[in-house]
Design a protein around this ligand. Sequence first.
Ligand code: SIN
Length: 198
Amino acid sequence: MSLNTFEENRRRCQLSESDQVWLFGYGSLIYLVDFPYLETRPASIHGWSRRFWQASHDHRGTEMNPGRVVTLIEDTDAVCGGMAFLVEGSVFEQLDVREKNGYLRFTTEITFDDGTHANGLVYIATPENDAVLGEASEHEIARQICAAQGRSGTNREYLIELAIALRKMGLEDPHVFDIEMHIDRITQQETPSPGRIK
Ligand code: SIN
């Protein structure tokens, strides 16, 4: 699969402008809502885990120094919490550009926090995409995140904003919070103590 999934998304799933579609967001779509929506609700999807296993060559890294961003990994009994947005079909013009670094739109069943369900879409960067980085320890992921930045800002900011948003929603994600802890430690090591400043 090519790195740029923009054209592939358009081919796979034609939406008319007036369609109203639920979109499930689990990464930056939770906290960086730069698209119009009609309604938003806390929600989850079953059978998937959020992992920082996808490279970012554009928003949070570069070709030479990729950052790490989240994708979803199949995980039979897992539940991934996030936010659902009811959007019009035309919004995917903009979202397909934003998510073009390896993410494809898939249909999924979304469970809202009141237990009701709806069918919707979710962007997933599958293990076959050309920007997959794959598994690494939380410490290694944190190290890579601390060293990367792209045109949307630092990779560290992506992680921290996501962790803040998950906490605000009352969601537990040991993978994300563990990376956050390693980032805090790395940041403390990078900051010289007052005694060492000349
Ligand atoms: C998402 O947030 O749902 C997809 C991944 C991202 O844009 O960070």
